[in-house]
Design a protein around this ligand. Structure first.
Ligand code: COS
Length: 384
């Protein structure tokens, strides 16, 4: 536990109220406008949501993984676009510095990320390098006391609002694998850095994604994370281990919301002279949702606890991400089914969640990549 039980309970209650009173009422308009209002983002800053996972000494709340996941489950009771506003600051946009940064890098950037003064973004994926992250082609060449970056990063979450990018680039052209990759901290506005137009997505409107282009982009030598070349791929993988647990928390929160909406609808909607909740085929769908949710929650809380104990949870994080993202997809599908025609109509919000949750099976590693990681870890353990 990083904070005492009473403070944690207060934080959870505050987040619950914020979600219920401020976010749920504007879900539909955020979806339509593709924008989270600035005053809501200010309130997020005030609540400390940008710094949930950042250590207290740098101005964050310093939550343990277990605590962070519990907060994220509450945030999952509304559209994922809201969490995305500060999600990268707690996860992939800050954790490279938290895990492997030098003291100077931590002091320089973590307080700003924790306060929400800047948004952090994680630039790994490229046009020809997605699941096979180690094959990335962006280069970083040393020139005097600077590195010169060249390449394109694709589908980068929060890049349009980012003040700081964690960029994986190849420093050793002779090493085409993971060992030739280093991680850099590149500030928005660096000469030679530009953004592509925002992509139009299937869901999660309000969360923005664009390409990031490096054209002879110059950064000082001390932008290299940890000051050591060749460690960037490992940094990225460690960041993703943690990120996969928080994504799992979002899947659980979204599933809880979809289940409670479905239960309410099933109790209110009458057919054949009684609420559809009285029909056993509807009950079976509710029961399957609840059973899978319980399994998902149990595994994520176990993996989070283990991570807090310092265990390596590469396999468990992949299991959680795989199961929870698939689980919420099935829950969303059943929620549409229980709502019938209303599930397909935008006014009820269920179809928006159905589109929103589809992303979980893709980003921070597809389901197929999680399967591969799980099996590899199993075989590695068996060989030891
Ligand atoms: N933590 C720490 N180190 C790790 C690690 C982890 N979770 N995973 C791998 N590494 C290390 C390995 O130990 C290895 O180190 P050594 O060379 O010292 O032995 C090195 O990193 C290379 O690992 P590996 O050989 O497993 O690399 P692969 O190219 O085979 O990686 C996967 C394969 C599929 C695991 C990787 O490419 C991946 O996760 N892809 C998905 C990327 C992704 O999630 N993209 C989403 C975009 S970011 S939002």
């Amino acid at each position: 536990m990083a904070i005492d039980t009473e403070t944690m309970d207060q934080l959870l209650e505050t987040v619950r109220r914020f979600v219920r009173e401020r976010l749920i009422p504007i879900e539909a308009s955020v979806g339509d406008d593709d924008k989270v209002p600035d005053d809501v983002i200010d309130e997020m800053r005030g609540l400390g949501l940008f710094g949930l996972s950042i250590p207290e000494e740098f101005g964050g709340l310093g939550l343990s993984v277990d605590e962070e996941v519990r907060v994220i489950i509450e945030l999952g009771h509304t559209s994922p676009a809201f969490r995305s506003v500060f999600g990268t600051n707690n996860g992939i946009g800050s954790q490279g510095i938290v895990i492997d940064g030098t003291p100077e890098q931590k002091n320089k950037y973590l307080p700003k990320l924790a306060a929400g003064d800047i948004v952090g973004s994680f630039a790994l994926t490229e046009p020809d390098s997605g699941s096979d992250a180690a094959s990335l082609r962006t280069t970083a060449r040393m020139d005097g006391n600077e590195y010169v970056l060249n390449g394109t990063k694709r589908f980068i979450t929060n890049s349009p609002s980012a003040g700081l990018f964690t960029v994986m680039a190849r420093t050793d052209p002779a090493n085409k694998g993971a060992g030739g990759i280093s991680a850099f901290l590149v500030e928005a506005g660096a000469p030679g850095l530009s953004l592509g137009p925002r992509y139009k997505k299937m869901g999660q409107q309000g969360a923005h994604v664009a390409d990031v282009i490096f054209d002879n982009c110059r950064v000082p030598a001390d932008a290299l994370i940890g000051g050591v070349e060749g460690q960037g791929f490992k940094t990225a993988m460690k960041v993703l281990d943690r990120g996969r647990l928080t994504i799992s928390g979002m899947c659980i929160g979204n599933a809880e919301r979809l289940i409670s909406d479905s239960v309410r609808y099933a109790r209110e909607r009458k057919q054949f002279g009684k609420p559809i909740a009285d029909f056993q085929l509807v009950q079976a769908m509710l029961a399957d949702c609840e059973t899978e949710l319980y399994a998902a929650k149990a595994m994520v809380m176990d993996a989070a606890r283990r991570k807090d104990l310092g265990e390596t949870i590469t396999k468990e994080a992949a299991i959680c991400k795989y199961y929870c993202s698939e689980m919420v997809g099935r829950v969303a599908d059943r929620a549409v089914q229980i709502h019938g025609g209303a599930g397909y109509i935008a006014d009820y919000g269920i179809e928006r969640f159905y589109r929103d949750v589809r992303l979980y099976r893709l980003y921070e590693g597809t389901s197929q990549i999680q399967q591969l990681i799980i099996a590899r870890e199993m075989l590695k353990q068996a060989a030891e």
